[in-house]
Design a protein around this ligand. Sequence first.
Ligand SMILES: C=CC1=C(C)c2cc3[nH]c(cc4nc(cc5[nH]c(cc1n2)c(C)c5CCC(=O)O)C(CCC(=O)O)=C4C)c(C)c3C=C
Ligand SMILES: [Fe+2]
Ligand SMILES: [Fe+2]
Length: 340
Amino acid sequence: MKGILLVNLGSPKSTAVPDVKEYLDEFLMDERVIDYRWIFRALLVRGIILNTRPAKSAEAYKTVWTDEGSPLIVITEKIQKKLQKLVDVPVEIGMRYAEPSIETGIRKLTEKGVSEIVLFPLYPQYAMSTTETVIEKAEEVRKAKFPNVKINYIQPFYNRDIYIECLAESIKEKLPENFDALQFSYHGVPERHIYKTDPTKTCNLNDCCSRESNPSHQFCYRHQCFDVTNSVIKKLGLPKEKVMVTFQSRLGKDKWMEPYTDETLESIGKKGIKNLAIVCPAFVSDCLETLEEISVEGKEQFLHGGGENFHYIPCLNDEDRWIEVVKTLCEEKLNEFYLV
Ligand SMILES: C=CC1=C(C)c2cc3[nH]c(cc4nc(cc5[nH]c(cc1n2)c(C)c5CCC(=O)O)C(CCC(=O)O)=C4C)c(C)c3C=C
Ligand SMILES: [Fe+2]
Ligand SMILES: [Fe+2]
């Protein structure tokens, strides 16, 4: 029997500082997130970051937490429930970090008799800290605990027409009438990650990412962010001069992809952009990074820098058109089981 596992990043189990600390420990000790040798990662994460960050992050989580829990998990559950109504195989969710884990998700499916799983990492763009770490973890769990289960993975879908169509429609509906600029803010990654995961060694993190084609594009997060932006603005008929791409949520002292979202928000008001719309297409569901970092902090930065109207465009969340896309991508992979 077949089944579907939707995998998202995950959140702490509560906003209590020890729970946030446990979550950050698992997240930041992932070698595909902080890619230093174990001893240096442990010194940085356990010796420095976990001393202060959990309390600060817990305060931020408190501002977005709902009665049902973390927005990211609540929204992923809503996607699951809606998808379940459209397909005739069991659908479960699993988180890369914390609970419900990928193992919990696979276990629930196997208890329903599932032995062939389509696993959907809910990230449009490939990075070692997105799709790659999900697949690595799922394979580790499968080999150790469910050796008889087959898993078929859905690949990054940043360039799929159905996704672009859906995102463009969603943005169009939510765009305010008057805006001076539309900012696409993607979660950043350290530049080193892009070089590291480029098997072709042809990405120069410069003009190459915006070229029409280059062998590195399949593994270049930066290219995939530009590609989503270009495809969406083409569909919306927006002039390039009205659009910006920036990268948010950097952590630590490494060089992350630029331009940075926060610095841009602080400076564009003075350059004449008074009415701003902003969207975050690295996330399919709203989460701490959109609801707090962009909608609250980002708005303050923009207003502080001389901006006047800040309009946050929510993620696809559980919009029906997005659930249809999820269904189509899952069905494609479900059907592949018949071919092998
Ligand atoms: C969308 C893709 C994501 C990438 C790429 C990514 C990389 C990345 N993140 C950190 C550090 C943190 N991220 C945090 C939160 C967070 N990150 C993503 C997604 C990506 N991260 C999401 C969806 C969330 C929100 C989770 C939620 O519960 O809502 C956090 C925790 C919050 C905080 O303390 O700021 C950290 C830390 C690194 C180092 C990294 C490197 C590639
Ligand atoms: Fe590139
Ligand atoms: Fe992150």
